[in-house]
Design a protein around this ligand. Sequence first.
Ligand code: SIN
Ligand code: FE2
Length: 224
Amino acid sequence: MPVQQTLFDTADPSTAGVEAIELESGATILRGFALEDAAALLVAIERIADAAPLRHMTTARGWRMSVATTNCGDAGWLSDRSGYRYDAIDPETGRQWPALPELFADLAARAAREAGFAHFEPDACLVNRYAPGARLALHQDRNELDFDAPIVSVSLGVPATFLWGGATRADRPRRVRVEHGDIVVWGGPARLNFHGVDTLRESYHALTGSVRFNLTFRRALLRR
Ligand code: SIN
Ligand code: FE2
């Protein structure tokens, strides 16, 4: 059973009373942590997608991903027939990915701190859009050069079922509902856990319609 606790021992009064659910050591859900910033995050996502369009990438095996993806930050995550990697240039536009907005970096750092990871400075933000029927198969985030930094994952729009697996693909994932404004943070002993998102169901959110957005913040490159 998840340990449920309310964190009142934080030094930051603005985050006092955040509902934090520990999935396991190193992995925490912060319920509603992004709620206040959600509308601004969605405006920023629109701006990012104007400069670097959301697109369905291809897996190494040639499958079209059901999730539509773009990036912002110094490094953008890419998948194509040659595999997964990070690149500073968006192959679709030939330009650098849009800069990571201040609000994004600040929110990610605050969430990481709340979950026990101080000084998180993301350099990559994956922007995923899930339409009804889209899913993300179980995987590990392991293309980053820095596994000391956590992963910070922000849910916006319609709810989804996050699949929280274990250290091996064979570990049966736990099904965790993630809603608009929730943030999942994992790092330390849980940094390489398998995870994914179950097929998105038809539903409605006032700010996004039938769609779910996810922002995944990472430290992809080594610290200078
Ligand atoms: C990811 O693993 O990259 C995204 C997870 C999510 O959409 O919640
Ligand atoms: Fe992931």
